[in-house]
Design a protein around this ligand. Structure first.
Ligand SMILES: O=C(O)[C@@H](CO)OP(=O)(O)O
Ligand SMILES: [Mn+2]
Ligand SMILES: [Mn+2]
Length: 558
């Protein structure tokens, strides 16, 4: 690719496939393939369009891998997620992802030799080290064991006063598990205190209500976190974090716990962030940390009144946005996802339209383009964001904006202004995360209707479609034992699975513009999301770069 230090973005013509077809690239979020039982909401829902793709031409529908090593995660037990899924879909290669890079940096100790750690450690003598992030072993945004290692490593390297600001999960792990995670953390902090380190939990709140908003859907979420973490103010005050989580769970689940601060005997917050302190946001995943990173780092900031802006040394676990260089300091270098398919295609004349609603908008833009904000070429691309509903859990509005996304995609296809129309349809995932099975069934139906609308438009213009998903979610809503039987909790209730899964996802190609003889190859049995980019490039009439994962399709002579 690289010639004399410069990347050539020119793609070779495909020997058999024509250019100029209009192509819809549809990503169903959280739509895996699993056995058809009553907890498989995709199976229960009426999904005639997706069913017809599956039951249609057998060599134009298959399953691909969307979890573990196939998307650059540390182990085969790691479920897929939107970040790594869309990265793989867009970049056409498998990059070691944040989870893995942080593991390696912690294991080798290199994390402590980097610029980022040196920078924050200059505050250790006089200031407090604050660690803010998601507290679970979900492995999607962060991992408890990484936090534990960092606590140990930082205290061994001079951090004398440490405050942890926890965000409870219940989305990548079972609801209710936050109590156990906070207990574990409290034990670790107690051990540090025995060694003379003044280490405590300072504040907390549920990830979906405090701090971890994304794509600027609702700045109030970040403000609630700021007030607790930085200002030491929250509607709920407790002496002890385990007690806080247990009490607040009486009225909310882990994802939505209201903000709380831990106070001392004088009712004073034990860990506001003040001048001279160091802050690390411990999530490796970008989307739900970027907003807080902006609030912590930007001098000019008007999204909410920060009241007090402490002079701190701030580092992200990773750099979250390569284009914005945000945050400017970080402990571990992010994956260098370069030469994404989006960048190649605009250089080769492919005009692109991308759309989703706010909560998934960055998935088909930012993640698709290798964690990069903005256009490669504004003359060739248009990205449309449909505002998501704010302040609700999506089980009350399970249709979300699927219809609107379908309409926008349809109009973009019919307009003739674009060669690729790319969408993410969020319903299976966003409603699946609520654990509400009935609502998730409604969600899957709505997603299917959006697909139908897009395929109709492709039919009208003689185009091609490629329909796939980024990882599983709605196809399995219960926790199961090894033989696949649903597990009950100690009260005899079903254990609802709010998280993603390790299931494969479907991929289907078709449409009147698909050249005769195009079919899935049989010699890529382990194909995964990273094989999709080369496939899409072929359908646009190009051969993918040599180092891309191989295409899933071939053209049979007939
Ligand atoms: O909501 C999120 O942040 C994750 C789950 O933690 O889901 P997705 O990867 O589908 O965005
Ligand atoms: Mn997703
Ligand atoms: Mn999800």
């Amino acid at each position: 690719m690289a010639s004399s230090g410069q990347v050539s973005f020119k793609l070779e013509d495909h020997p058999k496939l024509p250019k100029g077809k209009r192509i819809a690239v549809v990503v169903l979020d959280g739509w895996g393939e699993y056995k058809p039982d009553q907890y498989n909401c995709i199976h229960v829902a009426q999904t005639p369009t997706m069913d017809s793709l599956k039951q249609g031409a057998p060599d134009r529908w298959r399953l691909i891998r969307a979890h573990g090593n196939a998307v650059g995660l540390p182990t085969e037990d790691d479920m897929g997620n939107s970040e790594v899924g869309h990265n793989a879909l867009g970049a056409g290669r498998i990059f070691a992802q944040g989870a893995k890079l942080v593991d390696l940096a912690l294991a080798s100790g290199k994390i402590y030799d980097g610029e980022g750690f040196k920078y924050i450690s200059e505050s250790f003598e006089k200031g407090t080290l604050h660690l803010i992030g998601l507290l679970s072993d979900g492995g999607v945004h962060s991992r408890l064991d990484q936090l534990q290692l960092l606590l140990k490593g930082a205290s061994e390297r001079g951090a004398k006063r440490i405050r942890v600001h926890v965000l409870t999960d219940g989305r990548d792990v079972l609801d209710g598990s936050s109590v156990g995670f906070v207990e574990t953390l409290e034990n670790d902090l107690a051990k540090l205190r025995e060694k003379g380190v003044d280490a405590r939990i300072a504040s907390g709140g549920g990830r979906m209500y405090v701090t971890m908003d994304r794509y600027e859907n609702d700045w109030d979420v970040v403000k609630r976190g700021w007030d607790a973490q930085v200002l030491g103010e929250a509607p709920h005050k407790f002496k002890n974090a385990v007690e806080a989580v247990k009490k607040l769970r009486e009225n909310a689940n882990d994802q939505y716990l209201p903000p709380f601060v831990i106070v001392d005997d004088n009712n004073k917050a034990v860990g506001p962030i003040v001048d001279g302190d160091a802050v690390v946001t411990i999530n490796f995943r970008a989307d739900r940390m970027v907003m807080l990173a902006k609030a912590l780092e930007y001098q000019d900031f008007n999204k909410f009144d920060r009241v007090r802006v402490p002079k701190i040394r701030y580092a992200g676990m990773l750099q979250y946005d390569g284009e914005l260089k945000l945050p400017s300091r970080y402990l571990v270098s992010p994956p260098e996802i370069d030469r994404t398919s989006g960048e190649y295609l605009v250089h080769n004349g492919v005009r692109t339209f991308a759309c989703s609603e706010t909560v998934k908008f960055g998935h088909v833009t930012f993640f698709w383009n290798g964690n990069r904000s903005g256009y490669f070429n504004p003359q060739m691309e248009e990205y449309v964001e449909i505002p998501s509903d704010v302040g609700i859990t999506f089980n009350v509005q399970p249709k979300m904006k699927a219809l609107e996304i379908g309409e926008k995609a349809r109009d973009a296809i019919l307009s003739g202004k674009f060669d690729q129309v790319r969408v993410n349809i969020p319903n299976g995932d966003m409603v699946g995360h609520t654990g509400d099975i009935e609502a998730t069934v409604v969600a899957c139906k709505a997603a299917d209707e959006a697909v139908e609308m897009i395929l109709d438009a492709i039919e009208q213009v003689g185009g091609i479609y490629i329909v796939t998903a980024d990882h599983g979610n709605a196809e399995d809503m219960v926790k199961r034992n090894k033989s696949g039987e649903p597990l009950l909790d100690k009260n005899g209730d079903l254990q609802i699975l709010t998280s993603h899964t390790c299931q494969p996802v479907p991929i289907a190609i078709g449409g009147p513009g698909l050249a005769p003889g195009v079919r899935f190859r049989s010699d890529v049995p382990n194909g995964g999301l990273a094989n999709v980019a080369a496939t899409v490039m072929n359908l646009h009439g190009f051969v993918a770069p040599n180092d891309y994962e191989t295409t899933l399709i071939e053209v049979a002579d007939n």
